[in-house]
Design a protein around this ligand. Structure first.
Ligand code: PEP
Length: 255
């Protein structure tokens, strides 16, 4: 089953709206449409830049998609500071990242909350990019596969097979995020293959064969080729390198 690779650029809490416009224009200029037939490329700006990105992408001249870095588990109401899935859908978002390790560790997000956010996103037609990943202690103890499988199961608990068919999973070892220490291609493949087997168990082998599983953690233009050549790695969730238009375009073209 051929899966179209996905490269998602997570800008984190960087760039004002003018910088966002400049970056998207530069990526689009550097990455001709012929590449976008082979790879889906999406940018994930802070909430405050989404409208600016939308104005560029809406005209159909720029064939990138965009998404958000988080979403509320709630539909609406007294949740000061939260942004709902309906609001993101109205802004034309395609994707939303849920359960990024920075939200899990810095904001105490549990698997249950990640699951609720995933459901909220699906309920409004957004594609959740569900993040999982182990810390260094777990990797060093050799428990990384079991840990990721459990985290995935907890983050998808209660989802139907049809729901699972609509998600993207991102395996992001915490020790590789923003550190410059990329996982080896074999290490990425080991966990991404375990993710796919788990999806087969939770949904079906047919559905698991269609779901994109990304690797994230210090991906750049030099290492993306080897990572994406792995049979179960279908693209990358890219942080630091997504803020450099030339490198992001280059690594998307390689994918
Ligand atoms: C990320 O933000 O999800 C990420 C993987 O960051 P970086 O590429 O900078 O490691």
């Amino acid at each position: 089953m051929a899966r179209k690779p996905l490269i998602a650029g997570n800008w984190k809490m960087n760039l004002n709206h003018l910088e966002a416009i400049a970056l998207v224009q530069k990526i689009a200029f550097t990455l001709p449409d012929k590449y976008l037939e082979k790879v889906d490329v999406t940018v994930i700006p802070p909430f405050t830049d989404i409208r600016s990105v939308q104005t560029l992408v809406d005209g159909d001249k720029i064939k990138l998609t965009y998404g958000a870095q988080d979403v509320s588990a709630h539909a609406s109401g007294a949740y000061t500071g939260e942004i709902s899935a309906a609001m993101l859908a109205k802004l034309g978002c395609t994707y939303v990242v849920v359960g990024h390790s920075e939200r899990r560790t810095l904001h105490g997000e549990t698997d249950e909350l990640v699951r609720d956010k995933t459901k909220a996103a699906l309920g409004h037609g957004l594609t959740p990019i569900v993040c999982i990943g182990e810390g260094l202690d777990i990797r060093e103890a050799g428990n990384h596969v079991a840990y990721n499988v459990e985290q995935l199961k907890g983050s998808l608990a209660g989802l139907s097979a049809d729901d699972i068919a609509k998600i993207v999973v991102a395996y992001e070892p915490v020790w590789a995020i923003g550190t410059g220490k990329v996982a080896s291609a074999a290490d990425a493949q080991e966990v991404c293959a375990a993710v796919r087997s788990t999806l087969a168990e939770l949904a079906s082998p047919e559905i698991a064969a269609t779901v994109r599983v990304l690797y994230g953690g210090s991906v750049n233009a030099k290492n993306v080729g080897e990572l994406i050549a792995q049979p179960d790695v279908d693209g990358g969730l890219v942080g630091g390198a997504s803020l450099k238009a030339d490198e992001f375009a280059q690594l998307s073209a390689i994918a």
